[in-house]
Design a protein around this ligand. Structure first.
Ligand code: CS2
Length: 487
């Protein structure tokens, strides 16, 4: 493996410290770096502190990499905290094993229908719910959903797995599991409940009723910045610890998890003992985080990328970007938010700025720019729509949306091609290519109704501001526009 280059060949592989695997109580769909650096860490701590059989069976829906990297080290891995003043490694032991759904759907369905499993957590990214971002409803034409309706024993989508496993549990007379969504969607519990019940209803209306009355889909707000692990991280960690971990995760010191305390039969790890906030209503936390953090993250990602910045910390080290970001919070985002009880929004955004500035976190603008079609509605467009109604400013957020439009056009400011990763990439590029001039391109992209709700797309003020911002990006470039709009 190339990542081993430069390391002594006899380095021992990381292994489970006490050799004991936790007994599973959770299946996690979409095991990736974020959950391993966030939810799995909390669950590990909760088991250490209060006990309970809450080991995690990880599921990768498609790719075998996580399983193949973790299996030889008995599914333990290092979570490396990257602080501005140094790095702290910690071995996480909560994962029991990893299954790959494409290789063995039966094993995944069997695990999910095991009575010992009480919770199914998910991080399948925004696009993994097969819903329409602008409405939150199931996209019944989605090829995976069409497939899942026809293949009860071998689903492709996470939604398909949830529904088929719940169906098996109901047929076996078991209680349902709690579905705990850990993706950055607004009212994520409601969204996943909506798509699950809609798909279940297409299969068997009685199943949909049972899920609706017996199931639980608590909403959550998750937060921790987790940049992709790079080969040099693996090497540095091995040099630091003297053991080889081929699948560590990198994360910032900060973490937050706010969870609606509504679980089937109250069965859950003792999350409250390890700092998870268990609340009756997550909405104010969710709005605060999605709009303040993810909203500016995406804004900085598109504008920063176009201006030639590689990471978020590089981007905010540029004074005009720093001014622009703070202006977005102060004038466009925070005024429309209701602060969660006991939280000062200005302290929250000050702390966010510090988190963005952490030079140890090399979080690439390109990484955050991925899947913009699935992210813009909840991160930026809902704020813009509310600001338009309330007569509040929105020019900075419109500049960010114009930068996204420029980005999905596929060419950067020096004429180089952009590697646009988005489920709608081809469609967005052809909409952009077929139109001419700033106004034409803006009009064409506003026509993507999966992203822009009709009332917003049809708003003349929004359209004109976007067209002006897009023209400015073409004429003057992102750096100049950020400087002007942020001033
Ligand atoms: C980021 C998030 O990649 C992205 O789109 O905005 O992953 C962000 O780092 C997390 O939500 C932080 O909690």
């Amino acid at each position: 493996m190339s990542t081993e280059a430069g390391l002594p060949a006899d380095l021992p592989r990381l292994h489970r410290p006490d050799g004991k695997r936790p007994r599973p109580g959770i299946v996690h769909l979409g095991l990736g770096a974020f959950f391993r650096a966030h939810g799995a860490v909390y669950v590990s701590e909760a088991m250490e502190k209060s006990g309970g059989d809450w080991g995690i069976i990880g599921v990768s829906l498609v790719r075998p990499d996580q399983r193949d990297l973790l299996a030889p080290q008995d599914y333990v891995y290092t979570a490396l905290e990257l602080g501005p003043e140094g790095e702290t490694p910690r071995v996480i032991t909560a994962v029991d094993r990893v299954l790959v759904a494409r290789d063995d759907p039966q094993a995944v369905l069997a695990a999910m229908s095991d009575p010992a499993i009480r919770i199914v957590t998910l991080t399948v990214t925004e696009k993994g719910y097969c819903h329409e971002p602008s409405t939150g409803r199931l996209n019944r034409q989605h090829p995976d959903i069409v497939h899942d309706l026809a293949h009860p024993d071998a689903p492709l989508s996470a939604v398909g797995y949830l529904v088929r496993a719940l169906e098996r549990r109901r047929n076996a007379g078991l209680r349902p599991f709690t579905v705990l969504c850990c993706d950055n969607l607004p009212e994520n519990g409601k969204v996943v409940k909506g798509v699950v019940i809609e798909l279940a209803g297409l299969i068997d209306p009685a199943l949909a009723d049972w899920i609706s009355t017996e199931g639980a889909f608590p909403s959550t707000m998750v937060d921790r910045i987790v940049p992709a692990t790079k080969p040099e991280d693996i090497e540095r960690l091995a040099a630091m610890t003297g053991v080889l971990d081929l699948s560590p995760v990198m994360h910032e010191p900060f973490r937050q998890w706010v969870v609606e305390d509504h679980f089937v039969d109250g069965a859950r790890p003792d999350l409250g003992a390890v700092g998870v906030q268990l609340v009756s209503d997550v909405t104010p936390f969710e709005h605060m985080k999605l709009r303040c953090l993810n909203g500016t993250h995406s804004s900085l990602a598109y504008l920063g990328y176009l201006a030639g910045h590689e990471t978020i910390s590089d981007t905010v080290a540029d004074p005009s970007f720093a001014r622009f970001c703070k202006r977005l919070w102060r004038e466009e985002i925070v005024p429309g938010l209701e602060a969660p009880e006991g939280v000062s929004l200005s302290a929250y955004t000050d702390a966010l700025f510090e988190r963005y500035s952490n030079p140890a976190i090399r979080h690439r603008t390109w990484q955050i720019a991925m899947d913009g079609s699935q992210k813009l509605p909840q991160r930026i467009l809902s704020t813009v729509a509310e600001n338009l109604k309330a007569g509040r400013p929105f020019a900075g957020l419109a500049l960010a949306v114009a930068a996204w439009m420029r980005y999905v056009g596929g060419e950067d400011e020096t004429g180089n091609q952009i590697d646009v990763r988005d489920p709608l990439a081809a469609r967005l590029k052809s909409l952009s290519d077929a139109a001419n001039g700033a106004d034409g391109k803006v009009a064409a992209l506003l026509g993507a109704t999966e992203i822009f709700p009709p009332a917003l797309a049809g708003n003349e003020d929004f359209h004109a501001t976007l067209a002006k911002a897009y023209a400015g990006l073409l004429e003057k470039g992102a750096a100049r526009m950020v400087e002007e709009v942020g001033a």
